[in-house]
Design a binder for this molecule. Sequence first.
Ligand code: ARG
Length: 484
Amino acid sequence: MNILRRGRLGNSIKEDVARYTTSLSFDKEIFEADILCDIAHVIMLYEQGIIKKEDAKKIITGLKEIYKKGMENLNLDPSLDDIHMVIESELIKKLGEEIAGRMHTGRSRNDEVATDLRLALREKVLTIAKSLIDMLKDILNLAEEHKETLTIGYTHLQHAQPTTFAHHLLSYVSAIERDILRLLDAYKRINISPLGCGAMATTGFKIDRERTKDLLGFDALIENSMDGVSARDFILEVMADLSILGTNLSKICEELVLFSTYEFGTIEIANEFCSTSSIMPQKKNPDVAEIARAKLSTLNGNLITALTILKALPNTYNRDLQEISPHLWDSVYTTIDTIKMIDGMLKTIKVNEERMRELANANYSTATELADTLVRETGIPFRTAHGIVGEVVRRSIEEKKDMIEVIYDVLEKYNLKVDEEKIRKALDPYENVKMRDVVGGPAPKEVEKRIKAFKERLDRYEKEVDEKLQKINKIKETLLNYEI
Ligand code: ARG
């Protein structure tokens, strides 16, 4: 007899309908959370005098056994809808309905699943934050080695100004630091308890919501019970944060692909992260970066799916909500796997310093500094200097010369005199970089300061994440060993 359907629906079951509607395939993500949620609820029911001590004891023992058995060893009958009913029916098999049938007192699957999702997701968000912190530490170590590695920076993907490879790497760290902060901020809105909201209107049993909140390690309650069971904005927020993170990661992948081409040739990706061609024996293709770039696109699709499922849903719980879950977990795992790949590629990258220096020296990259020097040395307005240097570049291109070979001619035309040493410095890419020691600039000593500051902040984030994870582990340990 199906414990869920036997009453109202007279045990009517259609196999294909059950298979179509069940969430069991992705409920594995909330199996542990559901056991924790059950235990916390039962402890509270007993403490409030709603169920007897003996019954609570047996239910908790039964739940611990089910947890140890593992979800894969339970009877995953799709006509039970989901993991909540699978666990309850397993418990009834063990203890009989007279006892196990009391677990669901004063609760609904609606507040239950909302609680489970928050429990499972908070841990995943911390895992992602932690792997991002690890990756950024690796990038900072790489940057440390390349503070003096001169290279070219681009705007419009055209040579712009000289910089260093370390400065370029810090742009990744700078962006992804915000991704970490976004996730840690979202955590505040994930870690609130909907347990006790019931189906939508709480319950007439004198339950203690504060108690289950504390037992499960939530920071606060989501008070309104209708909002409690229907809110999924915490999921949207995480998925949006992952989409934005994916955009930043995708940019790194794109640059790995681009800079490892023969044309750029500034980096080489390690063989482990490349493939070859079945026909062209010379090929070394950046497949991992390409796959990552493509996989990250699915985060956007998943976000749109979730937004669309939620848009214009009426209050409160609707079964549609269930169909967000597989997309959420897909985004979570895609992110976790991709971070690992990108971290691996960056850690093993070969940097072609010679090629980088060559590009930094080529193609008039120091023209801005030349104009700035004219301003400083002659007092002319920047706009005027910009025009004069533009003319220097145009003549250099036309006459196939370096800027140094035409600059004095042009200066004479405009009746300007500049010390030769100053001109030489302006045209030296390394001097350009050294001079740009404004906050956030590429000067090696400024980059050194930024690396130190990033490291300090990352240590702080790591401490915050570790403290949260420790608290979560403590909660699990306590609940899974709870004795009434
Ligand atoms: N499997 C469901 C979900 O993921 C659990 C809640 C079911 N609630 C209900 N009223 N059918 O949303």
